[in-house]
Design a protein around this ligand. Structure first.
Ligand SMILES: Cc1cc2nc3c(=O)[nH]c(=O)nc-3n(C[C@H](O)[C@H](O)[C@H](O)COP(=O)(O)OP(=O)(O)OC[C@H]3O[C@@H](n4cnc5c(N)ncnc54)[C@H](O)[C@@H]3O)c2cc1C
Length: 429
């Protein structure tokens, strides 16, 4: 998968079937007739994509309302590049003006409840919005108590930065204040979590900043509850090449168990040792956003089961769950996945509400990670609905290999930039 242009991105993400430019295959609602109503909760890559695709491709036949509390959305994806100094904060922050101009009703409020019996959502301002179909795409919530001593208040001292915005800015501020010889400790999350390679790309970006500042003695210790991680072989090769001796990854066999953190002292305790760090990045366990759990759309895993052929909730056939909040089978939780799932949901919704033609669900994902300037690695696959999950299409998977030439890695980076430009255009117009 080389030369990933915007057009190619659209094809890979399933948009070839659902091109925004495609002529609607159904008659728009007759004048005066009440339009069917779609309400979308969450304006990230999952919800934002559904809202735009249903609105544009439905050519006004479906009334689309997007509820997102934030006026400006900072992307988690590419936030590690901001940490590394490759992107400024403004470049990863986007608004909804174009989405609104295209005809989507955008309300900057929280949804406080879903009344599934009445098919209504309740907004923080008190309004009740009826829906014919509802998309729930609230992303993740942090499981604060998964790391003893950690809490929402502690995140002001030991940022997680796994939800973007002020947390990312705090992390960058703390990183830039470090002196040579200071210690960074990252606590990596257990599966499943958003962006499997994300913690390890972030550690690479920490190292890139320290190296750029001439640090010789600073160290980064990653305490992992998992025995292995995404793209491990190529990450560790890159760390040895670019940052020898700087990044130390410890699995449970080495650290013996993560006992907890003390935000007052900056200490992190494991069975093996107590680390006193100047920067502690705690990335706790995760679950579906509160609104999905409160509406009983999640199971015991904390995430929401879906029908792999349609992205419909297994708990309610009028509701779709896309993005990080769902249980995506073999797909990782990523913006690429959320965008791909959203296109399937948009197609099914147009089929049900406007008699548009539908096709078998196809999904895809690629996750790129930058290790050092122009040294970018990737992993990805195509997916399809199987009887019980979204499963990997046999033979479609690919992953970067050790020892690849520099031009391959540089091309990966350009692909990732093209992908970013493509997906933000898809979500925010
Ligand atoms: C450091 C980092 C790096 C990453 N890098 C990549 C990458 O390179 N590539 C990639 O593909 N993915 C990457 N990801 C993962 C990606 O950011 C997520 O998978 C993606 O954002 C999920 O999209 P979503 O729409 O499900 O949720 P979100 O993006 O979290 O959007 C959910 C939205 O719902 C809103 N919301 C929540 N509750 C309510 C409510 N009750 N009412 C109304 N609105 C609500 C929130 O305000 C939020 O805006 C990265 C993540 C991290 C943390």
């Amino acid at each position: 998968m080389t030369d990933l242009t915007r057009r190619r991105f659209s094809e890979l993400a399933g948009a070839s079937l659902l091109s925004l430019a495609a002529t609607p295959l159904f008659a728009p609602a007759a004048l005066g007739q009440t339009k069917p109503k779609l309400v979308v909760i969450g304006g990230g890559p999952g919800g934002g994509t559904v809202a735009r695709y249903v609105n544009k491709e439905g050519a006004g036949a479906i009334e689309v309302t997007l509820i997102e509390p934030q006026r400006r959305f900072t992307t988690c994806f590419f936030s590690n590049l901001h940490v590394g100094g490759y992107r400024n904060f403004a470049s990863i922050t986007h608004g909804y003006d174009k989405v609104r101009k295209e005809g989507v009703n955008v309300a900057h409020e929280m949804v406080t409840a879903i009344d599934r019996d009445k098919k209504q959502v309740v907004l923080s301002g008190g309004r009740r919005l009826p829906y014919d179909r509802l998309v729930v795409a609230p992303g993740i919530d942090i499981k604060w108590d998964s790391v003893p001593g950690y809490s929402e208040a502690a995140a002001q001292t030991m940022p997680h930065a796994w939800k973007p915005g002020p947390q990312t800015q705090l992390l960058v501020k703390k990183l830039n204040a470090l002196k040579d010889g200071d210690l960074i400790v990252m606590i990596a999350p257990p599966n499943p979590y958003r962006c499997p390679p994300g913690p390890y790309e972030r550690a690479s970006m920490f190292a890139h900043v320290l190296k750029s500042k001439g640090h010789k003695k600073s160290k980064i210790v990653i305490l992992d509850p998992k025995p292995n991680f995404s793209k491990q072989a190529v990450f560790t090769e890159g760390w040895e090449k670019h940052y020898p001796g700087m990044i130390e990854w410890q699995d449970p066999k080495v650290h013996g168990g993560i006992k907890g953190v003390d935000p007052k002292t900056g200490e992190v305790k494991t069975d093996l040792a107590t680390h006193k760090a100047k920067l502690v990045n705690v990335i706790p366990a995760q679950m579906a956003g509160k609104i999905a759990r409160d509406a009983n759309l999640a199971n015991d895993s904390g995430f929401c089961p879906i029908d792999p052929a349609s992205m419909k909730s297994k708990m309610d056939t009028n509701i779709f769950v896309v993005g990080d909040a769902c249980i995506p089978g073999d797909m990782p939780k990523s913006a690429f996945s959320a965008n791909s799932q959203a296109k399937v949901a948009a197609m099914v919704i147009r089929g049900e509400l406007a008699n548009a033609r539908t096709f078998p669900a196809r999904y895809s994902n690629t996750c790129w990670s930058l290790i050092e300037t122009d040294d970018d690695i990737k992993i990805g696959a195509n997916y399809e609905a199987t009887a019980d999950k979204i499963g990997t299409v046999a033979g479609s998977g690919f992953v970067s290999q050790r020892g690849e030439p520099a031009d391959v890695r540089k091309k990966n980076y350009q692909e990732s930039v093209d992908w970013y430009n493509g997906i933000v255009a898809d979500v925010f117009g």
